[in-house]
Ligand binder design. Structure first.
Ligand code: NAI
Ligand code: MG
Length: 498
């Protein structure tokens, strides 16, 4: 893995690009140039430079993908679930075989450290393995109508599904939507983020090689406005899975409403990590660091608020500051501990949040400024940042920053901890660190979030349903629950006489 990845990284640093990158849409089982011939650039955030051109699609490319998916949909929905599962299992094996190249491309396109991208590819393979098996679990019920009747349900695929994918986890988010959709017998059109289009395209081509019939999974690239919006509002689309910002999620839901199309919205969060005084502080410090500095904080489920007992606040915060300052910063392909932000626009958004905090007189314990790769003097980096004792109504507590910015909120009682934990409009995930079994499960019960991690932030995997409450959205991805998004129940009730 390392040898092949390092060879590809060297190729990139020597040539300024990689050979064999996709440049077209993937529609109907083949590479399709954009109907209107327009292209756009994708960037390497670690050096702050464009490295490749790809198709800038629009409504006409979406129309071609819809035609292809609609043609393929009937046969795909009739394939035996075990047959669908076999294709997904072959895709998982190909993902593992091709992991080094996929990880290098993911790291280059998004900026994230290569080790994290390797984890994402392994996670995507796991996702396909999991839904390969889950394809066999889709079964209906029989209803107790009595001797003279027969009542039963059939689980049907919903049909053509659209997947709008963000730039922070391009391959993982594509996999976690596409795998259960295919398992359920749906067809797919995915629209990756314009900042990170590469790995979704490669995934579609890989699925085709794994035996997926042409047209069942299509990928159209381009901007949200030009390619995403026409996809979401296309009347042939029966379900939209969207991951991204609250405002775009609201727009997507409004567009989908015009056709009464189902939506699943995953809109990020402002997730608390609650640390009680009796917690294992070594585990808590590790957990908090990963929760906010992994992928430079560009994680919907980042633990961006540390809600901490005042008695241990000083010790934990000083350990966090020391560790934050020791993280190695660098280009993702040089295997740093901490990489750049995904785009220059996003870097200025994060910087503006922290400038606001500084102007309001908040205490910035470490970081707080844009920075660069010390080796090259380039790239879109922001320092690992910790802001102490922020008032509960401050914008840095209330708003998703989506960067490496931890906001600390001390408390005196468990009741206060709960109020702080629940004190934003978001409700995606939460972490709890304590050795007190009952306190841990009281908080898990009372925190308004879709998922609670106890004593290990990000515990679990594809098996655990994931999604938000409140402004974080609705619907659940991952786990068997994800199949609900792509399935519908048909009930049959018959009088059969006696
Ligand atoms: P965005 O929500 O606009 O983009 C996400 C995806 O939606 C991209 O694929 C984009 O092309 C697409 N899109 C945009 N407008 C669309 C439309 N009208 N119809 C259909 N698709 C559309 O987010 P953006 O601008 O990339 O980032 C802004 C903020 O959103 C970030 O600062 C962060 O706070 C948040 N965000 C949250 C994510 C999460 O994981 N929940 C992921 C990405 C961003
Ligand atoms: Mg890019």
């Amino acid at each position: 893995m390392t040898v092949e990845a390092d060879r590809l990284a060297a190729e990139y640093f020597d040539t300024g690009t990689l050979s064999g990158l996709p440049a077209d849409h993937f529609i109907d089982g083949r590479w399709c140039p954009p109907v209107h011939g327009r292209t756009m650039e994708t960037f390497d955030p670690g050096l702050g430079r464009a490295y490749h051109q790809f198709a800038a699609g629009d409504a006409d490319d979406i129309a071609a993908a819809v035609d292809s998916a609609v043609r393929a949909g009937r046969d795909w929905a009739r394939t035996r679930p075990a047959g669908r599962g076999n294709i997904l299992a072959r895709a998982a094996a190909l993902l593992r075989e091709e992991a080094p190249r996929l990880a290098v491309i993911e790291s280059l396109d998004s900026g994230k450290p290569l080790a994290e991208a390797e984890g994402d590819v392994a996670g995507a393979a796991r996702t396909f393995e999991y839904y390969a098996a889950a394809a066999n679990t889709l079964q209906g019920d029989s209803f107790p109508l009595g001797h003279d009747y027969l009542g039963y349900s059939i689980i049907e695929p919903v049909g053509l599904t659209a997947h709008i994918i963000p730039w922070n986890y391009p391959l993982s988010t594509a996999a976690r939507g596409i795998a259960p959709a295919l398992a359920a017998g749906c067809t797919v059109i995915a629209k990756p983020a314009e900042q990170t289009p590469m790995t979704a395209l490669l995934l579609a081509e890989l699925l085709h090689r794994a035996g997926l019939p042409a047209g069942v999974c299509n990928v159209v690239t381009g901007t949200g406005g030009q390619a995403g919006a026409p996809l979401v509002r296309h009347p042939a689309v029966r379900h939209v899975s969207f991951t991204g910002s609250v405002q775009t999620g609201i727009n997507v839901m409004q567009e989908a409403a015009a056709n009464v199309t189902r939506v699943l919205l995953e809109l990020g969060g402002k997730s608390p990590v609650v640390v009680l005084a009796d917690a294992d502080l070594d585990a808590a410090v590790e957990g908090i660091l990963g929760a906010i500095f992994e992928n430079a904080g560009q994680i919907c489920s980042a633990g961006s608020r540390l809600v901490i007992d005042r008695r241990i606040h000083g010790e934990v915060v000083s350990r966090l500051v020391e560790r934050a300052e020791s993280l190695t910063i660098g280009h993702g392909l040089r295997r740093p501990q901490f990489g750049p932000l995904n785009s220059v626009e996003h870097l200025s958004r994060v910087a503006a949040h922290v400038e606001g905090a500084r102007a309001r007189g908040l205490s910035i314990l470490t970081g707080g400024r844009p920075t660069m790769d010390p080796q090259t003097g380039k790239g879109w980096f922001f320092e690992p940042t910790i802001i102490d004792a922020a008032p509960a109504d401050d914008p840095v507590v209330q708003q998703e920053i989506f960067g490496p910015v931890l906001v600390v909120q001390p408390f005196d009682t468990e009741e206060e901890a709960l109020a702080l934990a629940n004190g934003t409009d978001y409700g995606l995930v939460a972490g709890v660190y304590t050795r007190d079994f009952s306190a841990a499960h009281r908080l898990a019960r009372d925190i308004d979030a879709g998922q609670v991690f106890i004593n290990e932030y990000f515990a679990g995997g594809i098996e655990v349903p994931f999604g938000g409450n409140k402004m974080s959205g609705f619907g659940r991805e991952k786990g068997l629950a994800a199949l609900d998004a792509y399935s519908r129940v048909k009930s049959v009730a018959a009088r059969i006489g006696g």
